[in-house]
Design a protein around this ligand. Sequence first.
Ligand SMILES: NC(=O)c1ccc[n+]([C@@H]2O[C@H](COP(=O)([O-])OP(=O)(O)OC[C@H]3O[C@@H](n4cnc5c(N)ncnc54)[C@H](O)[C@@H]3O)[C@@H](O)[C@H]2O)c1
Length: 301
Amino acid sequence: MTKPRIAVIGAGLMGHGIAQVFGLAGHDVTVTDTHALTLASVKDRILANLKALNDDVKAVERIRICPGLAEAVADADFIVEAVREDLGVKQQLFAEIERAARPDVILASNTSVIPITAIMGGLDNRARALGTHWWNPPYLVPLVEVIATEWTAPAAIDFTLKLLAEVGKTPVHVKKDVPGFVGNRLQHALWREAISLIENDICDAATVDTVIKAAFGRRLAVLGPLENADLVGTDLTLAIHRTVLPAIDARPGPSPYLEKLVAQGKLGMKTGEGFRTWTPEQQAELRALVLRHLKAARGDG
Ligand SMILES: NC(=O)c1ccc[n+]([C@@H]2O[C@H](COP(=O)([O-])OP(=O)(O)OC[C@H]3O[C@@H](n4cnc5c(N)ncnc54)[C@H](O)[C@@H]3O)[C@@H](O)[C@H]2O)c1
């Protein structure tokens, strides 16, 4: 059976990586982007990634660049959008895609936090629309959250889960379209407490990061929190929660400490200071370390 043909709309950081994953798995992939230079560089960027990872460079031959949206989606069996995080842009794009693509084709958005319901609500056929939330870089981080709205057909979810598993990803089914889906809810629950700890002068920012990296962060890749709770016992977990939960941050909005950093222009690595200070060398070192770690976790290490 021929493999589903994929169209990727938006060829930036995420889009080119998503195209790479499908191309490497033997799918024909069309890619389009409204920014001509970004589109022109897609194949070079994918080729550089493939070489760096010792993956089959022939994968790039399955990627076809299309200057126009209609051409990119005309023959596609699965369309994934990875354009900039802007509700209006995404809504307009999916309306255009719906006019140009076959009526049975699955439409997926890679939005980070915009509700899929808001992006897809105006479509004529909402049953084939869903979210696929990939993580950066798409060719190294296994997870893809597959998000259903109240309208999504179970068959569309099943098709997408199977497709993603076949290309080597670890897809999971998110049954309700809630803000942050699953991954970012978990991640930002942790970040909220991390910020609160330094805001309340319990420790400094470096200590927060060290505590995570040198303690439960070591286990997290192989031991999820619910596995861990079962490991220590739900009774112990309950006892800990009775003592600790009343003391941890439960404010509904962003921390004033974070608001102040942003107001002061302390935007993190891009300005040299955020929660911590960063020289260009320290930034490069950390980025390289993360990449090495992700490659090793993939089995290349
Ligand atoms: N960067 C991440 O770590 C990450 C992770 C998961 C999800 N996402 C989400 O993925 C999406 C893309 O993010 P990114 O980091 O790749 O952004 P990016 O800015 O690197 O790329 C977006 C691309 O979309 C193009 N574009 C904009 N409007 C378009 C249109 N109407 N048609 C075609 N192309 C268009 C832009 O020219 C740009 O090349 C966003 O929704 C983002 O929230 C990002």
